[in-house]
Write a protein that binds this ligand. Structure first.
Ligand code: ZN
Length: 508
């Protein structure tokens, strides 16, 4: 099946753009179905929906990986380059050629076999997690590790097979760079967790009181609109596993989930997803329907969700500003609580089993543990059968706790079950990038902290839009880091941020 790009009108670049636009349209349409699947679809719709999504994804994949894409890229290349290396058209050709070449590395039969195995593996994981039965999941995970190794060989790499996997989520990122960053963070964060463990715990009792959902929603939406999330081009719904999705820059949606006795889950979930959404809403219109109309990479994307969720949303200045509104929204729950107590409660540090519930100080340690185990699995230094023990040993070493079972230990995340190796590091590196970008913004505008404490976000927001968001995927992450921060990804600003903030809270 062909799309309509054999229509020969216009320049080679015009034809390439039409081709990419139609692929983008199919992907966004699949996105709408995917959003509906996770928000409003009745359970009975699951089977038909899976078929519809598979068909649309096959169409987009076939169109993109077909010879037409290569021919159009070849035909447009000279004209695009003539516009200059930094031109939009040169970037559109360059980035799509990169993705095209990656997409052609795996033979179709191999992809089909791997996709089929990953669906079975994910099903087995769901059951194994429910029944805490690692033995049930083990043969599937062994297969997924094997597929990851074979994929790495097919993609090719220079130094380390894991480089080939990382590159799928964070272009050009190398295993050695991740190791170097984690080697700076690990000892410092482990030491902080230990030191904080010996200090008195802040009071958190009031966070378990009964907070009606509408209050949580109204408060979360008010704050993210102040941040800069445009609700005339966005909306908030409920989903069991919260996410952000977009169907073009003018329709960027977020979801959250509510727990009446854990209001921080929904509120900080809204901040997090709105951080992703503001990025998507502000990619330049010039990249619409070119496949460049999205955040630059996983790390850059996560840097923005973490920036708005944590660096801004959990800051003393911002929380102090919004505390009267919180008290007005939940008068009974917060009548015996001060702004400072609230600030300390939402920044409490407590080693825990579950990554997605981890605080800022312990979070990266959950990621380092996964990264080290993934490396060992891919290199063959660790066998899947020994994974639960290796997991428990690292949990004790980094966080001082032992998982009571595998369901809340090695089987807690979905990523490995579907073969996503190389994804986890981007979460921690996003944290690292968030602090570095915030530092750069402060150097340009030292007035930002005072403004944030007055609930005024536009200086920071516009700086982010103009220096980062507008570029979309025009630049690869390393070039973009250089453009935004003037230097490569560096763990020291994040470490300084943690030490300053938590040193103050816990009197370290
Ligand atoms: Zn995120």
């Amino acid at each position: 099946m062909e799309n309509q790009t054999d229509d020969a009108a216009g320049s080679a670049m015009d034809r390439l753009r039409r081709h990419l636009a139609e692929i983008s349209d199919v992907e966004k349409a699949a996105g709408v179905l995917g959003w509906d699947q996770q928000t409003y679809m009745p359970p009975g719709g699951a089977e038909h929906r899976a078929d519809q999504l598979a068909t649309l994804s096959r169409i987009a994949h076939t169109w993109f990986t077909g010879d037409t894409t290569r021919d159009l890229l070849d035909a447009a290349q000279a004209d695009a380059e003539a516009e200059g290396e930094d031109s939009d058209n040169a970037a559109i050709v360059r980035r799509n050629r990169r993705e095209y070449e990656i997409s052609r590395k795996l033979p179709n039969d191999f992809v089909a076999e791997m996709t089929h195995a990953s669906i079975l593996s994910n099903e087995a994981w769901q059951k194994a997690r429910r029944t805490d039965d690692f033995a049930l999941f083990r043969p599937h995970l062994e297969k997924m590790v094997d597929f990851a190794r074979r994929s790495a060989d097919l993609y090719g790499y220079e130094d380390h097979p894991y480089d080939a996997l990382l590159n799928l989520y964070e272009p050009e990122m190398k295993t050695a760079e991740v190791k170097a960053i984690f080697d700076v963070l690990r000892p410092a964060q482990v030491a902080m967790v230990k030191a904080i463990g010996e200090k008195p715990k802040p009071r958190t009792d009031f966070l378990a009181r009964d907070y009606p959902e509408t209050g949580q929603e109204n408060f979360g939406l008010k704050v993210v609109q102040d941040f800069g999330y445009d609700l005339s081009r966005g909306r908030l719904d409920i989903a069991p596993h919260p996410f952000e999705t977009d169907f073009g820059r003018n329709d960027v949606r977020i979801t959250t989930r509510y727990d009446r006795h854990m209001p921080t889950q929904a509120i900080y979930g809204i901040f997090h997803e709105a951080g992703h959404a503001m990025y998507e809403q502000n990619v330049s219109e010039r990249f619409s329907r070119t496949l460049l109309d999205s955040g630059a990479s996983m790390v850059f994307h996560e840097s923005q969700s973490r920036l708005w969720e944590n660096v801004i949303g959990r800051s003393r200045g911002v929380l102090t500003h919004y505390f009267p509104l919180l008290q007005e929204t939940f008068p009974e729950n917060l009548k015996d609580v001060t702004a400072e107590e609230f600030y300390r409660a939402v920044n409490v540090v407590k080693p825990s089993l579950i990554r997605v519930e981890a605080d800022e100080v312990t979070y990266n340690l959950h990621i380092m543990l996964r990264f080290e185990l993934e490396l060992a699995l891919i290199c063959g230094d660790l066998e899947v059968k020994d994974l639960p023990d290796a997991w428990a040993a690292k949990m004790r070493e980094y966080l001082g706790i032992t998982p009571p079972n595998d369901a809340d230990g090695v089987m807690q995340d979905t990523h490995w079950s579907s073969g996503s190796f190389g994804y986890f590091p981007t979460y921690a590196l996003g944290n690292v990038m968030s602090a570095q970008i915030f530092d750069t913004a402060l150097k340009a505008h030292p007035e930002i902290p005072d403004e944030l404490a007055r609930g005024k976000f536009d200086t920071l927001f516009h700086w982010l839009v103009n220096n980062l968001y507008v570029h979309g995927r025009k630049y690869l992450p390393k070039a973009l880091a250089q453009k935004v921060n003037g230097q490569p990804l560096d763990p020291h600003p994040y470490l300084a941020y943690l030490q300053q903030k938590y040193g103050d809270i816990y009197g370290l």
